[in-house]
Design a protein. Structure first.
Length: 567
């Protein structure tokens, strides 16, 4: 036989046989996981599924074979404050609350530990036991006992016990008591049941003396004629302020001390040729408020000072229909808003504006009296009932009249003629006496006397008229206030002697008064305006006709008697 030949090529593999039996599990290996849970060497982005022992609850690590809303942490991590729990993973949350927001309210049933005496209003609970209220101030008195007041009443402590009383007027409403005190009595208040309390004037009423004469000061010299249409009041800082006309302009001077030995004047506005008719009051904001007539445009205007001395001010036109604004007089009502009486020359009417704001940037206008030619020489004050009382001159009938407002805005009023015996009622000035009733000083042009009318009631529907000073040539340019002794004191011009005089009333009704010369140097005393200073003594601003200056006299005693001294 010959030698064996070369082996032939292997044939094709046969069909794969059935799989063998699974072997035993080997030990777990360590799988290195990189960023994003990808296996080393794998295609980036392949995610490895790793199975851990655990249920996925907060007490164990998380499983990775099912979805999770957010990360889970161990109980240890949560208790130590290291982790956060997603809002959506919390259960049992009240529906009133929301993630990241502020709850405006929480359902009553979701509030825990609420007091037993409270509920959500379903059973008509109307009161809580005082003892069940926590944190109440110890100052509160709890001795009301079994007192039960009506729906229109309130509990009032009268000094010894609690009683039921009227709630009183609502804000902006003022109610007249309809009561008044008798002759020489002072209204001192109301008791718990609303009765007016009156007391007698002290029998020890004496004149406080100051050694030396009155202090007379040439306060302002120019420009031009200074000291026309003067009006004076005292600021909240105790310093007097004087509104006046000089060189066809409105000025306000703030005194540097209570005696007004000197002053700082400020120009408010140039008003043009004509009568200014200025009037000043301290507003509810403590700043001067000045009403006046702008002669250039014949308008009624207001200046609201922006500083106590009126270095700057805001001006506003309150009425511009026709020739308006003469004889303006201003006060502040019980609502804290300015109210101004004035004369409408175009229509011959008495008018009032009631300010809408403290600064009086706007106002409502009301015609109070349009019967004939009325409304010159107006003077306004607030009565004891909280409503304005306006004295004025009736040109048609040469009479003194009074308008009593029926509400704070004076949208309606009642009118009374006080005195019509001759040419009566020019240069009026009105104040409220210590008896709570109106007192009016005015000039009797027929007799050249100073007269006074004392109202018998709050509306002045009746009055007592007296000729207070009858020495002749007296009473023009008068101005009245109530002194520290409770008696009226009146400054005026003595035309016969060209002097400034003062009359101190002898009683509350001013049925008589003693007139005394205060300044008789040259010709002085027109455009007088009087107030009581912070020291309780009268202070008078007036015009020196001869020197063309604004002058001021500070009285040395309550009766303004010059050179009075104790022995």
């Amino acid at each position: 036989d010959g030698a064996d030949g070369e082996d032939g090529k292997d044939g094709k593999d046969g069909a794969r046989g059935p799989a063998g039996q699974r072997g035993l599990e080997g030990k777990s290996g360590i799988l290195a996981i990189g960023p994003g849970l990808t296996t080393e060497g794998a295609v980036e982005g392949d995610v490895a599924l790793v199975d851990f022992a655990g249920s996925g609850s907060a007490a164990t690590v998380a499983r990775s074979d099912h979805d999770h809303d957010s990360d889970y942490y161990t109980r240890l991590e949560l208790s130590s404050g290291a982790g956060q729990v997603a809002w959506s993973s919390l259960t049992g949350i009240p529906g009133d609350l929301s993630s990241g927001g502020t709850a405006a309210s929480v359902a009553w049933e979701n509030i825990q530990d609420r007091p037993a005496g409270l509920d959500d209003g379903d059973d008509g609970l109307t009161s809580i036991d005082w003892a069940g209220i926590q944190g109440k101030p110890i100052e509160l008195n709890t001795t009301l006992g079994a007192l039960v007041c009506g729906s229109s009443e309130i509990a009032i402590f009268n000094g010894s016990t609690w009683v039921c009383g009227d709630t009183g007027p609502s804000p902006g409403e003022y109610v007249s008591s309809g009561q008044s005190c008798g002759f020489e009595l002072i209204a001192s208040g109301f008791d718990a049941t609303g009765n007016l309390e009156c007391s007698a004037i002290s029998g020890g009423d004496t004149v406080p003396f100051k050694r030396g004469p009155h202090r007379v000061t040439n306060l302002v010299s120019g420009p031009g004629d200074a000291g026309f249409w003067n009006s004076i009041t005292v600021g909240d800082n105790g310093l007097p302020v004087i509104a006046y006309e000089a060189n066809e302009s409105l000025y306000l001077a703030q005194c540097d001390d209570a005696t007004c030995a000197s002053a700082t004047p400020w120009l408010v506005e140039t008003t043009g040729t004509g009568n200014l008719h200025a009037s000043v009051i301290i507003g509810a904001d403590g700043l001067p408020l000045i009403s006046y007539r702008d002669s250039t445009d014949a308008n009624l205007k207001i200046a609201h000072c922006e500083t106590v001395g009126c270095a700057t001010s805001a001006k506003a036109i309150l009425e511009s229909s026709g020739d308006v604004g003469e004889f303006s007089s201003i006060t502040v009502g019980t609502d804290g808003l300015g109210i101004i009486s004035y004369y409408d020359r175009t229509n011959g009417d008495l008018k009032i504006v009631h300010c809408n704001t403290t600064s009086c940037s706007s106002a409502g206008v009301t015609t109070l009296d349009s019967t004939g030619d009325v409304g010159q020489f107006t003077s306004i004050t607030i009565g004891s009932d909280g409503f304005a009382l306006v004295a004025y001159y009736d040109v048609t009938n040469s009479a003194l009249k009074v308008a009593h407002c029926s509400n704070a805005a004076c949208s309606t009023s009642t009118i009374e003629t006080i005195d019509s015996n001759g040419d009566i009622g020019k240069q009026t000035s009105i104040a409220i006496g210590i008896d709570g009733l109106g007192l009016i000083s005015y000039f009797d042009a027929t007799s050249n006397d100073l007269k006074v009318a004392h109202c018998s009631n709050l509306s002045c529907s009746a009055s007592t008229v007296s000729s207070a000073v009858t020495s002749g040539g007296v009473g023009d340019w008068n101005s009245m206030t109530i002194g520290a002794d409770g008696r009226a004191i009146i400054s005026y011009y003595d035309s016969f002697n060209g002097a400034l005089e003062v009359a101190h009333c002898s009683n509350t009704l001013c049925t008589s008064a003693i007139g005394i010369d205060v300044d008789s140097a040259a010709n002085v005393g027109q455009h007088s305006a009087i107030t009581i200073g912070a020291d309780g003594l009268p202070l008078i601003a007036y015009h020196d006709i001869t020197s063309r200056n604004l002058k001021v006299v500070h009285c040395s005693n309550t009766r303004c008697v010059p050179n009075m001294r104790n022995r």
